[in-house]
Design a protein around this ligand. Structure first.
Ligand SMILES: Cc1cc2nc3c(=O)[nH]c(=O)nc-3n(C[C@H](O)[C@H](O)[C@H](O)COP(=O)(O)OP(=O)(O)OC[C@H]3O[C@@H](n4cnc5c(N)ncnc54)[C@H](O)[C@@H]3O)c2cc1C
Length: 409
């Protein structure tokens, strides 16, 4: 019942951190509230090949390889971005999670399923973690360090009063049958009336089978009442590409968007969605989450070696991930702000503007599923985007001046 590290959350990020720490010979326990690892699936399973590499997950989970995208503007004009390299792969997300959990168990981590962390308390030289699980009796475990990898609604973060992500985007997603739909291109639908502050998507999985979905941001004030499902119905009614669609399985969830200033406390680290390590433009959380988990594991191992679990020492975790991809998140947030401030007309004029060989080549050359900033930096030079940047920059400057004046008088 006594561990070096307890990880709350047996998702991909928790199991990845557990694997790296257990590989160093430490005693690690993973607590997962659900009875099955990888279930229920709340993901569309689009990742880069980089994610497979760093996670060491077998290529057997790959269902399709995507070589570009078609962007649909609100006026139904399209921007065809068909490339000749693999930009992303569609995976069986349940199998992906189970593979990482197997790796963690093989490294020596114990995984308790059906055990939910409900609270923890500080003792003199350790933490006591309390769990419950439906009809089972609760139990208590002790550890030197606790990792909160318990998703966007992290109990660990809440118990510590750590500030959550500024924005939570709600998604509805489905596995669908779609006669005649196949190939290697993702379809993205931009329309602030249908998908306020987010987008709709359709991705081929295999012949006649696809994944589709839509997201809505609470920051956009449209007639959206909490569930994006009706917006999904409107999306499929609007575009002929969805003709004949039948929903096979539905899912959904929340993606946390923002930059968290503090993802640590005394004896505690947060990783993955719990730390909002998510790409603000696409909501993809696997790449940055796994990178975060790797810094989290490295810090945990050092803390155990030094026997130092102070807040001051654990800040080195925040510093490490911030240096690696903090700027990527902040840059994504800036571009997201511009997107949120655009209306459908501007989106149409931007996609129209980019529909020239020069810009299409730039998108295909610099497009990277994990590093949106690389392409965003190039697109910032496109006049419609550049004007918005200038406008936002000026507004920020004026806001800063007004705040400074308020402070002075
Ligand atoms: C509809 C949808 C589509 C998405 N599509 C993509 C995509 O295509 N590509 C991509 O990269 N990302 C995608 N994401 C985001 C991605 O799924 C997450 O970023 C990723 O799952 C984060 O992993 P995690 O381990 O941090 O959190 P989670 O996967 O949420 O895992 C957290 C785990 O903790 C468990 N847990 C929670 N609380 C407790 C507790 N108190 N005690 C014990 N266990 C607990 C949960 O049961 C869960 O298993 C999508 C998200 C949604 C909602």
């Amino acid at each position: 019942m006594d561990y070096d590290v307890i990880v709350a959350g047996g998702g991909p990020i928790g199991c990845f951190a557990a694997r790296d720490i257990a590989e160093q010979g430490c005693r690690v326990l993973v607590l997962e509230e659900h009875r099955e690892i990888g279930e229920p699936v709340q993901c569309s399973g689009l990742i880069s090949e980089r994610v497979l590499e760093i996670s060491r997950v077998s290529n057997n989970v790959v269902l399709n390889k995507l070589k570009g995208a078609v962007v649909h503007a609100p006026d139904k004009n399209i921007l065809n971005l068909k490339g000749d390299r693999v930009y992303g792969v569609v995976v069986d997300r349940g199998a992906f999670d189970r593979d990482i959990a197997r790796q963690a168990a093989k490294a020596g981590a114990k995984i308790y399923r059906g055990k939910k962390l409900i609270s923890f308390d500080y003792l003199t030289d350790k933490l006591i973690v309390n769990t419950t699980s439906g009809e089972d009796k609760g139990c208590a475990f002790t550890c030197k360090l606790l990792i909160g990898a318990d998703g966007f609604n992290s109990t660990v973060a809440r118990l510590l009063d750590l500030a959550p992500a500024q924005e939570k985007v709600t998604l509805f997603a489905a596995e669908v049958s779609l006669p005649g739909f196949d190939g290697h291109l993702a379809h993205i639908f931009l329309d602030h009336q249908l998908a306020p502050g987010w987008f709709g998507w359709l991705m081929p999985v295999r012949e006649n089978i696809a994944r589709a979905g839509i997201g809505c941001s609470p920051l956009m004030n449209h007639d959206w009442r909490g569930s994006p499902r009706p917006m999904f119905e409107k999306l499929i009614a609007k575009y002929p590409i969805f003709k004949g669609l039948e929903i096979l399985k539905t899912t959904g969830g929340i993606v946390p968007i923002g930059y968290l200033e503090r993802t640590y406390d005394t004896r505690v680290l947060l990783a993955g969605d719990a730390a909002a390590q998510v790409k603000p433009i696409s909501g993809g959380g696997l790449y940055l989450g796994l990178k975060g988990a790797s810094f989290c594991a490295a810090t945990a191992i050092k803390a155990l070696q030094k026997n130092d679990f102070s807040r001051a020492f654990l800040k080195t975790y925040q510093d490490a991930w911030d240096e690696d991809f903090g700027l990527e998140i902040k840059c994504g947030l800036k571009h997201r702000e511009i997107f949120l401030n655009m209306d459908n007309r501007e989106i149409e004029s931007l996609t129209g503007f980019l529909n020239k060989p020069h810009w299409r080549n730039i998108i295909l050359k610099y497009g990277d599923l994990d590093y949106h900033s690389r392409l965003a930096a190039k697109l910032s030079l496109a006049p419609p985007w550049a004007n918005r940047f200038l406008e936002n920059g000026l507004k920020a400057l004026l806001r800063g001046l007004a705040q400074a004046a308020e402070c002075r008088y």
